[in-house]
Write a protein that binds this ligand. Structure first.
Ligand SMILES: [Zn+2]
Length: 164
């Protein structure tokens, strides 16, 4: 029924190597321009573990836009939901997501961090009411000018501190 999942890793490889390892897919999702080291995080957001689909991922590919290297991820027969795209935007703010159907790119878009995040990110302030296990407060975080701000305690924090 399902083929064995295939994980392709290209660590520190060039674009040529990455292109070679990352195979074309007929149906599914392709995520490009993932920051170095974040490709597995994106894969987890898309629930690749145990999905039974063919997964190709590469990290450290050459990129003009991302000189430190980029990650690329392709998964067959998985199509991300809007909520998953929001989560991807938090770990890979410049990622471009292509949906492929019947071998053709059906849509390609850049992820965008939503202006309000409900229950997606935890406040970085450990004393915040939204972090209190005794309170059933769902986190509510605003994203303004590249920074997060908590609705409850007003704490500002950066992308690196956000726990997705
Ligand atoms: Zn807070």
């Amino acid at each position: 029924m399902f083929g064995r999942p295939c994980y392709s890793f290209s660590l520190g490889g060039g674009l040529w190597m990455g292109e070679r390892i990352i195979e074309k897919i007929m149906n599914g999702v392709s995520v490009d321009h993932i920051p170095l080291g974040m490709v597995w995080k994106v894969a987890q957001i898309l629930h690749v573990e145990g999905c039974g689909e063919r997964v190709s991922l590469a990290d450290g590919c050459n990129s003009v836009k991302m000189p430190e290297g980029k990650g690329v991820l392709k998964i067959e027969n998985i199509f991300p939901s809007d909520g998953e795209l929001d989560l991807i935007s938090l770990v890979a703010p410049h990622a471009s997501v292509s949906v492929i159907r019947n071998g053709l790119v059906e849509s390609k878009r850049r992820v965008e961090v939503p202006s309000v995040l409900n229950g997606l990110v935890a406040c970085a302030n450990g004393n915040c009411i939204s972090q209190d296990d005794h309170e059933s407060v769902v986190s509510k975080i605003y994203y303004v000018d590249g920074k997060f701000r908590c609705h409850y305690c007003g704490h500002f924090f950066g992308n690196g501190e956000a726990e997705v």
